[in-house]
Design a protein around this ligand. Structure first.
Ligand SMILES: NC(=O)N[C@@H](CC(=O)O)C(=O)O
Ligand SMILES: [Zn+2]
Ligand SMILES: [Zn+2]
Length: 345
């Protein structure tokens, strides 16, 4: 039985850190384990240009503990006003690594998202030119489309033709949740990859809805039926280099989740690598954790792999029932439960 696992330091290729006083909690949590994280730009108001991204990065760096080399990789939020010049400027900056597409209204703070997807072609041409990836929250937002079908419909309606028109553009389908998305990624060339979260590997919609509604498992895209969870598990078991770690850790205060109109998002960053390790072990592929967590994403982005290592120890510990979150508290994923792996420090 493995009771110690040393791997190259991982990176989180999809992370929400928010802003303001909660940074004192969430930045050190990720910096304790990840070498880098792709920081999502859906602040309110969103991060739309290089200047804002660099200013946000400074606010993040102010909370990185001394001695940590944690490097926040910044993203720009695509709006109807994003221009090819703004993308060229982002590519020329050292710290902006990608552009994020939120269809307007798709998720938390996406009201400034692209309303006219017809504008995407110019953006994609500029991204291809800059060799910068387009990150997508892949869900359509039409009222008539069922929430469980929104990812598949986005793939069929938007991403399949877009990838065909821009075959050289790097495209990351973020936080995939369906068998359709796994097949989409597998069917494309190496320029198309995907992030997979802890919650979409560990849960399906029954976990969220049977025996009572569990608001802390509500995230977007929403948890799907078990055959889709199985397809995501098969994708990581396959060891394909097209899939990589992206927690989509998306913290919201307890009250914002336990509400008549609760926010979407799970807080997993506090123990991201431990949570993935447990899942990979359950799937019998602990030996594939390192590539998923520490190699595939860096290779996809064309960035060097981290050179230092982390060690996980087989040591049971209990996740706190709640954690401080600025003036609020937050209920982490798996609150009160026992985790099997612990990061050594
Ligand atoms: N994943 C979520 O459920 N929520 C994210 C937004 C997102 O990534 O779609 C958030 O910012 O809260
Ligand atoms: Zn999203
Ligand atoms: Zn997200």
């Amino acid at each position: 039985m493995t009771d110690r696992l040393t791997i190259t330091r991982p990176d989180d290729w999809h992370l929400h850190l928010r802003d303001g006083e909660v940074l004192q909690h969430v930045v050190p949590a990720t910096a304790a384990q990840m070498g880098r994280a792709v920081v999502m730009p859906n602040l309110n108001p969103p991060v739309i240009d290089v200047q804002q991204a660099l200013a946000y990065r400074e606010r993040l760096l102010a909370h990185v503990p001394p001695g940590s080399q944690f490097d926040p990789l910044m993203t720009l939020y695509l709006t109807d006003n994003t221009s090819a010049e703004m993308i060229a400027a982002a590519a020329a900056s050292k710290h902006v690594k990608a552009v994020k597409l939120y269809p307007a209204g798709a998720t938390t703070n996406s009201d400034s998202g692209l309303t006219d997807l017809g504008k995407l072609d110019d953006i994609c041409a500029a991204l291809t030119e800059a060799d910068m990836p387009l990150l997508v929250h892949g869900e359509v937002t039409h009222n008539q489309v069922d929430i469980f079908d929104r990812e598949k419909q986005f793939l069929d309606e938007i991403l399949t033709p877009l990838a065909a028109r821009h075959p050289k553009m790097k495209l990351v389908v973020e936080h995939i949740t369906t068998r359709d998305a796994v097949e989409f990624v597998q069917a494309h060339h190496d320029q198309v990859g995907a992030t997979i979260t802890v919650q979409h590997l560990a849960y399906n919609r029954n976990h969220m809805l049977v025996g009572g509604i569990r608001p802390h498992l509500f995230c977007l895209p929403i948890l799907k039926r078990n055959v889709h969870q199985q397809a995501l598990q098969d994708a990581v078991v396959s060891g394909s280099y097209k899939f990589f770690l992206g927690t989509d850790s998306a913290p919201h205060a307890k009250g914002a989740k336990e509400s008549a109109c609760g926010c979407a998002g799970c807080y997993s960053a506090y123990a991201a690598i431990e949570l993935y390790a447990e899942i990979f072990e359950d799937l019998g592929v602990l030996n594939k954790l390192e590539a998923f967590a520490s190699f595939n994403g860096a290779d996809f982005y064309g960035l060097p792999r981290n050179t230092d290592q982390i060690t996980l120890i087989k040591e049971a510990w209990q996740v706190p029932a709640e954690m401080p979150f600025g003036k609020d508290i937050i209920i982490p994923l798996r609150a009160g439960e026992t985790l099997r792996w612990k990061l050594a420090n």
